[in-house]
Write a protein that binds this ligand. Structure first.
Ligand SMILES: Nc1ncnc2c1ncn2[C@@H]1O[C@H](COP(=O)(O)OP(=O)(O)OP(=O)(O)O)[C@@H](O)[C@H]1O
Length: 318
């Protein structure tokens, strides 16, 4: 069997209490995950799910508390020096960029850290600048770059060591549609080159556009790994129907409809019905019309609400 690009078994990471948090936090709770070579794998989850922690462990920035994390079969905790050259990590925003230096100087600096020989570094940095469309602005200070340019520089930085595994933490967060498209095109290129890409996102559309498979994380637990198509199918079936002036007996009938996951009053007049299938939506709308209710609207819940509902026993947040 071929060795996976990333493999995680029973991975636990606990953060001890700090000045910010009075109790210890379990950021990863017995996570198992296998990412085959060449896959674009999405880590999808709400804030605090543990996505960044997993990326940091796989890129040797952070040690696991227990369990095993392997990159191309090499243990990140035992042999970080062997793992490091195989992994390129890109965080979003300004983290990790020297904003008073130019893009070119940033990349040369990183090439030095990766011990790329000088002449090779010059060539590689020029190539990467060209590749991410920054050649013309290469000698300007990074602080003058737009968010999209900084993001592309991050991707370039992650590639300086010619890694087999590229880890991108929220690569398109805060970008406008044009910049988003550029970064996504870069991710496709990385896959076409045979690299493995692990990326984190809050955004299902992003996961669908980029990933071969997606893992849902919540509260440090890996809930499920699926193709984005399967996930998209689940998500599109979820809907909320807000209706005003619903008689109490009709509300009770709605609660009994197969596929209705919750019925709640959001205020004195409005009833919110959560459904998890398109046939349930049709039936609820039909029952409301039959009861003479004319004021109703449907909307999509947030991704977070949906996967809490899909996997967690927690209540939907509205
Ligand atoms: N340095 C730290 N010290 C203490 N707790 C931390 C630290 N870093 C993360 N945590 C906690 O660990 C949990 C997981 O955080 P992590 O940043 O991995 O999640 P995330 O899914 O990447 O979230 P986000 O989407 O907000 O970046 C959270 O409860 C967070 O508060």
């Amino acid at each position: 069997m071929t060795v996976p690009a990333a493999e995680v078994r029973g991975l636990v990471r606990t953060y001890p209490p700090s000045r910010r948090t009075s109790t210890a936090r379990t950021a990863l709770d017995a996570v198992d995950l296998t990412v085959p070579v060449g896959e674009v794998h999405g880590l999808l989850g709400p804030n605090g799910a543990g996505k960044t922690t997993l990326c940091r462990i796989l890129s040797t920035v952070l040690l696991p508390t227990s369990g095993v994390a392997l990159v191309h079969g090499v243990d990140v905790a035992r042999h970080p020096d062997r793992v490091r050259p195989m992994v390129g990590l890109a965080f979003g925003g300004e983290r990790g960029l020297y904003t008073r230096l130019s893009g070119r100087r940033n990349l040369r600096f990183w090439a030095g850290l990766y011990r790329v020989p000088r002449t090779e570094a010059k060539r590689r940095v020029d190539e990467l600048l060209e590749r991410v469309g920054l050649t013309e602005r290469a000698d300007d200070r990074v602080e003058t770059y737009s968010l999209g340019m900084k993001q592309r520089l991050h991707v370039a930085r992650s590639l300086v060591g010619d890694p087999r595994v590229v880890i991108l933490d929220e690569p398109t967060n805060g970008l406008d549609p044009v910049a988003t498209r550029e970064v996504r095109a870069l991710v496709h290129e990385l896959r076409d080159e045979g690299r493995t890409v692990l990326l984190t996102t809050h955004d299902m559309a992003e996961a669908e556009a980029l990933c071969d498979r997606v893992s849902l994380l919540d509260g440090g637990r890996l809930l499920r790994t699926e193709s984005p198509r399967t996930l998209g199918g689940w998500l599109s079936a979820y809907e909320r129907i807000d209706a005003t002036g619903v008689p109490p007996q009709v509300a009770a009938t709605l609660a009994g409809v197969h596929g209705v996951t919750e019925v709640e009053r959001t205020n004195a007049e409005t009833l919110r019905v959560h459904v998890s299938s398109t046939s349930a939506t049709r039936q609820v709308l039909h029952l409301l019309l039959e009861a003479g209710v004319t004021s109703m609207a449907t909307s999509r819940p947030s991704l977070e609400e949906v996967y809490l509902h899909l996997f967690g026993q927690k209540k939907l947040r509205v």
